[in-house]
Design a binder for this molecule. Structure first.
Ligand code: NAP
Length: 281
C-alpha cells in the first residue's frame, strides 16, 4: 500500500518542536531572541502571500518578524544599504529577501550582501559552498531541508539508494542533490537538456525521485516499485486547481511513498524555514 507523506502534519510537529526549543532557550541568561527581517520589493501578489505566510508561521512559533517593504522602483543601492544595516543590527538574527526581485536589481548581488550567519534561506555562496564541500553550513536551503526532514519522519532510507532529482535550480534541485549525496545516496540530476527517452529510463531506476520543474513531467506508471516520489512542483491545471509535477493518480499506486500537492513539500518548506529562523549565530 502506498504511503502518502503528510507534509502538513509533519510540519506542525516540527513547528511545535521549534517552539518548545525556543521556550527552553528562554531560560538561559544568554538567550538572544530570534528576529527575522523579511524584505519585500514591489507588490507581486504571490510574493505578498508568501511573506505574510512566513510572518504568520514565525509568530506561531514565537519568532519575532519584521516585514520591510520597498517600492518596485527602489534602487539596488538602497536595497543593499538596508541589508548592510540589518547585517550590523545585532537584534536581527535572520534576513530573508523575497524573490523574485525586479529586473533592475541583481539578485546575486543581493544574496551575496546578506551575512552568511543571517542567511536563513541558505542561498549565500558561503552556505552553498560549504554544502558542496561537505562542511556544515550555517543554514541549508529550506525546501530540500524540509524534504529530508519529511523523509526522515517516515524513516525512508537514503543511504545507498539511487536518487534522481529533476530540476537544477539553485534553490531546489542543486542543493537537494547535494543533501542527498551527503546522506550517501547515488544521485542523478536531470534537466531540460536531458533527452526525454533517457528521462523515462532514469525515472524507472529511481529509489527516490524528486521532481522540481513546475510542469507535469512525471506522468508514467514507470516509477520503481516501493520508490519514494517527492513532488516539489507547483502549477495550476486547466481548471486553475493547484497541482504538482507528478500525475498523482497514475503514479501513486505504483510507488511506495508519495507527497501530495498541496499538503506535501509546501508546508515542509515553511517549517524548515522556521527551523532556520530559530537559529541564532
Ligand atoms: P526553476 O528555477 O524554474 O527550475 C526548473 C528546473 O526544471 C530547471 O532546472 C529546468 O532545467 C528543469 N526543467 C524544465 N523543463 C524540464 C523538462 N522538460 N525536463 C526536465 N527538466 C526540466 O524552478 P524552481 O525554483 O526550482 O522550482 C521548481 C518548481 O518547484 C516550481 O513549480 C516552483 O513553484 C516549485 N517550488 C515549490 C516549493 C515548495 O515549497 N513546494 C519551493 C520551491 C519551488 P534547465 O535548468 O535546463 O532550464
Amino acid at each position: 500500500m502506498t504511503i502518502i507523506l503528510d507534509g502538513k502534519k509533519t510540519s506542525e510537529k516540527i513547528l511545535n518542536k521549534v517552539n518548545e526549543r525556543l521556550n527552553e532557550s528562554k531560560k538561559s541568561k544568554l538567550y538572544l531572541p530570534p528576529h527575522l527581517a523579511v524584505i519585500l520589493v514591489g507588490d507581486n501578489p504571490a510574493s505578498k502571500i508568501y511573506v505574510n505566510n512566513k510572518k504568520k508561521a514565525a509568530e506561531k512559533v514565537g519568532i519575532k518578524s519584521t516585514i520591510i517593504e520597498f517600492e518596485v522602483n527602489v534602487t539596488e543601492q538602497e536595497l543593499l544599504s538596508k541589508i548592510v544595516e540589518l547585517n550590523n543590527n545585532d537584534e536581527v538574527t535572520g534576513i530573508l529577501v523575497q524573490l523574485p526581485l525586479p529586473e533592475h536589481i541583481d539578485k546575486n548581488k543581493v544574496i551575496l550582501s546578506i551575512s552568511p550567519k543571517k542567511d536563513v534561506d541558505g542561498f549565500h555562496p558561503e552556505n552553498g559552498g560549504k554544502l558542496l564541500l561537505g562542511v556544515e553550513p550555517y543554514f541549508y536551503p529550506a525546501t530540500p531541508q524540509g524534504i529530508i526532514m519529511l523523509m526522515d519522519e517516515y524513516n525512508i532510507p537514503i543511504e545507498g539508494k539511487h536518487a534522481v532529482v529533476i530540476g537544477r535550480s539553485n534553490i531546489v534541485g542543486k542543493p537537494m542533490a547535494q543533501m542527498l549525496l551527503r546522506r550517501n545516496a547515488t544521485v542523478t540530476m536531470c534537466h531540460s537538456y536531458t533527452h526525454q527517452d533517457d528521462l523515462v529510463e532514469i525515472i524507472k531506476t529511481a529509489d527516490i525521485l524528486v521532481s522540481a520543474v513546475g510542469k507535469k513531467i512525471v506522468r508514467c506508471k514507470m516509477v520503481k516499485k516501493n520508490s519514494c516520489v517527492i513532488d516539489v512542483g507547483i502549477s495550476r491545471d486547466a481548471n486553475g486547481k493547484l497541482t504538482g509535477d507528478v500525475d498523482f493518480d497514475i503514479v501513486a499506486p505504483s510507488c511506495g511513498f508519495i507527497t501530495p500537492v498541496p499538503g506535501g513539500v509546501g508546508p515542509m518548506t515553511i517549517a524548515s524555514l522556521m527551523y532556520n529562523a530559530s537559529k541564532v549565530y
